[in-house]
Design a protein around this ligand. Structure first.
Ligand code: ADP
Length: 822
């Protein structure tokens, strides 16, 4: 996902990071990553307070005294810790921590920061270094002053975290840099030596925008958290709407981009959405909307939810406003309608797991790209494409972003929609299908199928959303969705009551429900092929959709193998991987893994608070996940854990010993009474010997007066309560693809099923495909029940780097800091 090996390490770089424009949750995690990675790579790191405004204002007073090392020179193994002192001197507290919000920050906007300045920033919303709109920076004079401030502090690289406006500003600064410096030299604000030394400014953009409105990246920092806030709000509105049989019109952010509205519509099971890129198809959209919503009411729905992006337009570019929509619903459908404008609530709160991860990975990559840059490389924007952190030309990204707005202005909606990524369009299609009741004539297939839907294995967040979408898509296409209750045991049950058609209304509230509405267990078809075959025939099941984890994959695999003996298995079958462990081979993400990650992050935040409050405490947190370390590794990165243990890497005495030494050294460096506490994440199956209990006791013994330890087992809480919106939307998208696959691969049983008619839907490089069982089997480690080449495995290195373990336990800072301090 990310390269950890910069080709062009330059230990003398001075990197400066700022956040600008609208704040976005996750910006702090990005700043934290830039600071830590920058220091790790041997750079000096500065932060700018208050965005471009701070860069223009600069420092009007001098820096206070240098780092207060003496307070931090701890002892280690009873001796003076020269390694630790070195670390503290270079990495420890920078100006931020020393001065806090006190007098020292007055008149100073560009501050040198250290490792501990950004400690604990991961889970804080907004941006701690401040942001501001800055009119001066829009003018050349303002940018010249900003350039002067950078040059006078010897800074030659800038990481800008912000939206398209901020990055446009960044692009202009870089474009004008040579001429700005010429002007500064002419006016004698800088000398020729400075002019020469700073001939080149490296700029890297990291996109922080809750609207997800930047082109050339699939997602921007803050958008997933905003989606969380919206989903929480719409879920809450749903229950009151249902109680009073009301309609609600909810306005969400998105001036030029409907991502939030589409995702929220899908995740929350809304009835209608309006977005800027795709206005209603007809001029008389009011009637179109009313007809659809009336059909829902006629079907017995007690609530109506309409979501409007703030930039929604009709075909003539006339804004569609919530109050007008509410008026239409009241007048034409006599619905008791209320308007809710979510506004700034969407920006707020703790960043969700996805944002923390995204911001961390992008912050790291920003530093790498700075170090790789040469005068001939373009300024980069760090994005995410196909689940890989990517670098694209900042200039091109800024241009492409503007072109969406241009296309909308020209009423060229096809182009506007085409400029969004394919996932956006698939999600839009999924939303549309979820609102259709009667099969449209052109949709109804000649072959109407009876499609069985079954949950297999442990529950996972999003299973119900997948079932809802599959059922509704089936109904819209003229098929019969059949719920198979209680897994394969239900299928085998006498009397046949546990196999029932699902109705449109029945699944209405399932999007937001956790657990499994159908019921799930670990029984497998191989436990009784005879009964499985009989039941499939009795219920005339033409195709099967399995939703579950490794068991679901095992189930379909065995059904396929047994096809030669059982004609009933000669049907199309598909699996939607749904498990918190994320251990299904080939796929990067299974439904439920995002929910679990969020549950883990929430629990760790609470535990961290306790660890910090009691000072000097190490928590050993145990996670589920079977023999797959996904949740532990990615969770460790998203929470800022110091150490992670996984079954893939295992544990041995040497490793544990090194980790203990690291913790001792790290705690010794803390200012007495100011330690925040730390934590370790350990997957349940990392080692049979070095158990969570063992580790906790050992740390207690070894920590002596430096630290104490406690254990916390997160257990089943990781299945999560309410599924995350990302899981819900992902579940819907995968469900539609699977049903389409079942349609395409359903042949008459007599003709026999083709080999590729049994598949697992997988996300590979961010792309969705149905992988034939043979492909999945090739990538499966059946003994350990996990995939062979997990994409996230290397992320553990980042955990080590960002916790300081690499530097402190292995003495690496020596080679890094020699350059930085000279
Ligand atoms: P966002 O970055 O969230 O899109 P804005 O559009 O408000 O937010 O931009 C933030 C800041 O970036 C502005 O206040 C301004 O200082 C700077 N900026 C925006 N557009 C430009 C531009 N075209 N040229 C120079 N600076 C710009």
């Amino acid at each position: 996902m990310i390269s950890l090996h910069s080709k062009n390490e330059n230990p003398k770089r001075r990197i400066c990071v700022l956040s600008s424009g609208g704040d976005a949750p996750g910006m702090n995690a990005a700043v934290r990553a830039v600071v830590k990675m920058g220091l790790y790579r041997g750079c000096e790191v500065y932060i700018v307070r208050e965005g471009w405004a701070g860069l223009v204002a600069g420092n009007t007073t001098n820096a206070p005294t240098e780092v207060r090392q003496s307070r931090r020179a701890g002892t280690y193994k009873g001796k003076r810790d020269t390694e630790g002192e070195n670390f503290a001197a270079t990495y420890g507290e920078g100006e931020l921590l020393q001065e806090g919000a006190g007098e020292g920050l007055k008149g100073r906007h560009i501050l040198k920061v250290g490792w501990d300045d950004v400690r604990g920033w991961m889970d804080i919303g907004g941006t701690l270094i401040g942001t501001a709109r800055c009119a001066e920076f829009r003018e050349r004079e303002g940018r010249a002053t900003a350039a002067y401030n950078l040059v006078s502090l010897g800074i030659d690289a800038l990481v800008v975290i912000g939206g398209d406006g901020s990055l446009t500003g960044a692009d202009r600064l870089r474009g004008e840099w040579p001429s700005l410096l010429d002007d500064l030299e002419k006016s004698k604000r800088i000398d020729s030596e400075q002019r020469k030394r700073h001939a080149h400014l490296t700029i890297t953009g990291v996109v922080g925008s809750i609207d997800n409105d930047m082109a050339m990246t699939d997602i921007t920092i803050g958008a997933p958290t905003a989606l969380h806030r919206i989903s929480e709000a719409v879920d809450s509105i749903g229950s009151t709407a249902s109680s009073h049989s009301r309609a609600f019109v909810v306005e969400v952010m998105g001036r030029h981009c409907g991502w939030l509205a589409v995702m929220a519509g899908l995740a929350c099971g809304a009835d209608y959405i309006f977005i800027p890129e795709r206005p209603p198809t007809t001029e008389d959209w009011e009637s179109e909307m009313c007809n659809l919503l009336k059909s829902h009411r006629d079907h017995g729905k007690r609530k109506t939810i309409v979501i409007i992006a703030e930039g929604a337009l009709d075909r003539q570019l006339k804004p569609i406003k919530p109050a007008y929509v509410a008026e239409i619903l009241t007048k034409r459908l006599q619905l008791d309608t209320r308007v809710t404008t979510l506004g700034h609530v969407q920006r707020g709160g703790k960043p969700c797991a996805y944002d923390r991860l995204l911001a961390t990975l992008q912050g790291v990559e920003a530093v790498e790209s700075v170090l790789d840059s040469t005068p001939s490389t373009p300024s980069y924007m760090i994005g995410l494409k196909e689940n890989k952190v990517s670098r694209t030309s900042l200039m091109e990204a800024v241009k492409a972003t503007a072109s969406v707005g241009d296309a909308i202005e020209k009423k060229d909606f096809k182009t506007a929609l085409g400029l969004r990524d394919p996932e956006f369009q698939e999600n839009l299609e999924a939303f549309d299908y979820s609102t259709i009741i009667e099969p449209k004539k052109d949709m109804s297939r000649s072959q109407n199928l009876r499609i069985g839907i079954i949950h297999v294995g442990a529950p996972a967040g999003g299973m119900n959303a997948a079932t809802r979408e599959a059922a509704r898509f089936c109904l819209a296409r003229g098929h019969t969705p059949l719920a198979i209750y209680n897994g394969f045991e239900g299928l085998w049950a006498e009397g046949g009551n546990s196999v029932q058609p699902l109705s449109w209304l029945q699944v209405d509230n399932w999007s937001s429900r956790g657990g499994s509405e159908l019921g799930t267990n670990r029984s497998l078809p191989a436990d009784d092929f005879e009964k499985t075959s009989e039941a499939l025939q009795t219920h005339n099941i033409d195709a099967l959709l399995l939703i579950g984890g490794y068991e679901a994959y095992t189930a379909i695999s065995s059904l396929k193998k047994a096809r030669t003996h059982y004609a009933a298995f000669q049907i199309a079958m598909a699996v939607i991987p749904a498990t918190l462990s994320n251990n299904v081979p080939l796929t990067e993400f299974s439904v439920g893994s995002d929910t679990a990650l969020n549950a883990l992050v929430d629990a760790c935040d609470a535990i961290k608070q306790s660890a910090a409050a009691s000072r000097n405490r190490v928590f050993v947190i145990e996670t589920q996940g079977g023999k797959c370390g996904y949740l532990a590794t990615v969770g460790a990165l998203a929470t800022g854990a110091n150490i992670v243990y996984t079954p893939e890497i295992g544990m041995d005495l040497e490793l544990v010993q090194k980790d203990v030494e690291f913790l001792k050294r790290r705690f010794a460096l803390d200012i007495k009474g100011k330690s925040d506490g730390r934590f370790i994440i350990r997957n349940e199956k990392s080692s049979q010997v070095y158990t969570t209990e063992f580790l906790t006791n050992m740390l207690k013994e070894e920590g002596k007066d430096l630290f104490d330890s406690r254990a916390a087992n997160l257990g089943h809480t990781l299945q999560g309560g309410t599924p995350s919106p990302i899981d819900r939307a992902r579940a819907c998208r995968l469900a539609i693809r699977c049903i389409k696959f079942l349609e395409e691969h359903s042949t008459s049983r007599q003709a026999g099923a083709k080999d590729d008619s049994a598949a697992v839907i997988v996300i590979e490089n961010g792309q969705v495909r149905l992988a034939p069982i043979a492909d999945v089997a090739k990538n499966a480690d059946d003994k350990n029940r996990r995939g062979l080449h997990p994409w996230w495995l290397d992320l553990r290195h980042l955990v080590e780097i960002l916790s300081g373990r690499r530097t402190l336990a292995e003495g690496r800072h020596h080679e890094d800091t020699i350059g930085a301090t000279s």
